[in-house]
Design a protein. Structure first.
Length: 218
């Protein structure tokens, strides 16, 4: 049974709901996202959503069984601190699932993009730097999938639909009139190799392995 899953960082409680439905019903899901410093809890029987800093999660060590983060790390400058914070709240052996944008081999991305209107709040790292950062934080890689090709196909399809029959509601409703340009740049950046999309699952090493790793780095 999954007892607790942390989804770091969700823009909306909806993502917690998705996890809740997918998890064992006796489990619980907590979503954390940035915002004001106060912690606000919107709870149902098995999901809670709170505002917190992903670099300073208000949970005890080894609190969560698993964690999930989607499209977040690219907005966080302190990548080492981010992975260390998640590592701290995971139980040994707990898994962290990540879906994120990484830097491509081409030139820097064209802005605005959906995660950043300006380059100053975008902190993309190369796939190698991401993998090394996770290993340094004490995670063992279980899977690594480059989703760039699938994401390009999806972006092309969504882009074509947007032009042929624009939906009255969608991401543009919450992201504003700049969204069309952001989405266009996302497609272009993928096409031009400026960004890649990765999905990886890593696991927190168990205590003995963590100790050895710290000694090696120490
Ligand atoms: C590109 S959005 C993605 C949101 C959501 N994960 C999604 O896929 O729709 C990045 C999110 O990371 C949050 N964020 C950035 N830095 C954070 C931090 N230090 N602590 C918590 N959340 C943070 C932002 O508030 C924003 O909601």
């Amino acid at each position: 049974m999954v007892h607790t899953v942390s989804s770091i960082t969700m823009a909306r409680p909806l993502c917690c709901g998705v996890l809740t439905r997918r998890c064992d019903t006796r489990g619980s899901v907590t979503g954390a996202s940035s915002g004001r410093s106060s912690h606000r809890s919107i709870s149902s029987t098995s999901a809670a959503f709170l505002q917190a800093d992903a670099l300073d999660l208000p949970f005890a060590d080894e609190f969560f069984d698993h964690a999930w983060t989607q499209h977040v790390a690219m907005n966080i400058a302190d990548r080492a601190g981010f992975y260390a914070a998640i590592h701290r709240v995971l139980k040994p052996g707990g898994r962290l699932a990540i879906y994120d944008v990484v830097a491509g081999e081409g030139s820097p991305p064209t802005y605005p993009v959906p995660w950043a209107r300006v380059p100053g709040i975008s902190f993309l790292v190369t796939p190698e730097a991401m993998r090394n950062g996770l290993a340094r934080a004490g995670f063992k890689e279980l899977s690594w999938d480059d989703k760039t090709v699938a994401c390009r196909a999806w972006a092309d399809e969504v882009g074509a639909k947007r032009h042929s029959s624009p939906a009255p509601f969608g991401l543009h409703t919450v992201m504003g009139p700049e969204f069309a340009e952001m989405a266009g740049n996302l497609e272009r950046n993928l096409r031009e190799g400026r960004i890649r999309i990765v999905e990886t699952i890593v696991a927190k090493l168990r205590a003995a392995a963590n100790r050895r790793r710290n000694e090696d780095h120490g």
